[in-house]
Design a protein around this ligand. Structure first.
Ligand code: SF4
Ligand code: SF4
Length: 138
């Protein structure tokens, strides 16, 4: 694989990234989109599913599961899933660090499969993360 490319395709039916330990951070527009998708008012969605700290918001975790919205067949809010879920694995900390990208491939079977992607395109995609979660990428 050329050094200026990454290789990735998402594998149908896979939910490995949703099963990893960690937080799903959400932006204001992620919150509104998910609430709208579920037919809920934003404040009701927030009360039920969101933890708000000083600079960030993240989804609550239900007992024994990494995410409320993870179901057998995949993400139950797929069309409106949060930015970090939609962009994965094109996160700045992964596309800008080949070692981290490779490490992520230990659980993401789509890494190393599918089309070659120019690094510039991957970095541009990852930029959306910086815009959505400015407190995380100061
Ligand atoms: S772990 Fe990788 S292949 Fe699996 S759903 Fe997530 S992004 Fe797609
Ligand atoms: S919101 Fe959907 S895509 Fe994101 S972690 Fe939860 S189940 Fe996975």
């Amino acid at each position: 694989m050329p050094a200026d490319t990454l290789q990735f395709t998402c594998i149908r039916g896979c939910t490995k990234c949703c099963e990893q330990k960690g937080w799903v951070y959400i932006s204001d527009s992620d919150l509104l989109a998910a609430a709208r998708f579920l037919g809920m008012k934003a404040d009701a969605f927030e009360k039920r599913y969101v933890v708000r700290t000083r600079h960030r918001m993240r989804l609550r975790k239900p007992p024994g599961k990494q995410c409320h919205f993870l179901e057998e067949g995949g993400c139950s809010i797929h069309p409106s899933k949060p930015t970090q879920c939609r962009l994965f694995p094109f996160w700045p900390e992964l596309v800008e660090d080949r070692k981290e990208w490779k490490r992520t491939g230990r659980y993401c079977p789509g890494i190393g499969q599918g089309p070659l992607i120019q690094i510039g395109t991957a970095v541009e995609t990852a930029h959306e993360m910086k815009a959505a979660y400015p407190a995380m990428y100061k």
